[in-house]
Design a protein around this ligand. Sequence first.
Ligand code: ADP
Ligand code: ZN
Length: 210
Amino acid sequence: MNIILLGAPGAGKGTQAEVICEHLSIPSISTGNIIREALKSGTEMGKKAKSFMEEGKLVPDDVVIGIIKERLAQDDCKNGFILDGFPRTIPQAEALDKMGVAIDKVIDIEVADESIVLRMSGRRVCETCGASYHILYKQPKVEGVCDKCTGTLVQRKDDHPDTVKERLKVYHEQTEPLKSYYEKQGKLCIVEGQEDVKDTTRLTLKALEA
Ligand code: ADP
Ligand code: ZN
C-alpha cells in the first residue's frame, strides 16, 4: 500500500507514520528527516535547504521532488511506502502523479492551530537518528535520551514559537489545498488528532482498514 500522511506541522504525522510502518512493514519516508540529514552532513542539497528550513519556509519544490524520486526508486519501496511530509504543495502532488506513483490512501491528521503551538514547544528530537518525542505526550524511557539509539534529545530550531507560526501559515496557504486535491481523487481519509497518541493511533489503523 502506498500512503500519504497529511497534516499541519506538529499534528503527529511522524508518530502515526511509525505506527503504520510497523503495522504494514513498509518504510516511512520523511522529507524533513532526509533534509535534516543532508544539513548535518553538509551536502550541496543541505546547504540549499538550510535557510528555508530554519525560517519555517518550504524548501523549493524541485529540491524535494528530486529527493523523493531518488528515495522511491530504492528497493525497499517496492511493496509500498508511507510519505510523511510529502507532498506539501500542489506542484509536488502533481509531480508524484506524473511519476506514475499510484497512491492508495491519504490520511489527513487534523489538529487545531492552538493545540499545535502548545505541542510544538514540548517536542524533542533525537540528534542522532531523528526519532521524535514529547516532554508530556511521548516521553522517552530516560529523560533527554533516545530510546532507540541513546542519542541526545534536543529541540529543533524551527520548533520555536515564532517559526511555528510561520510554518502554520505556510501550511494553510500551500499544503491544506492538497486535501481537496486528494478528496477529488477519492483518497482522502480524515483522522481527528486526539490528545492521547494511543487514541489517534487507533483511529489511524481504522482508517487504513476502511
Ligand atoms: P513538520 O511536519 O513538523 O513541519 P518536517 O520535518 O516534515 O516537520 O519538515 C521540516 C521542514 O523541512 C519544513 O518546514 C520545510 O522547510 C522542510 N520540508 C520538509 N518536507 C518538505 C516538502 N515536501 N516540501 C518543502 N519543504 C519541506
Ligand atoms: Zn535516536
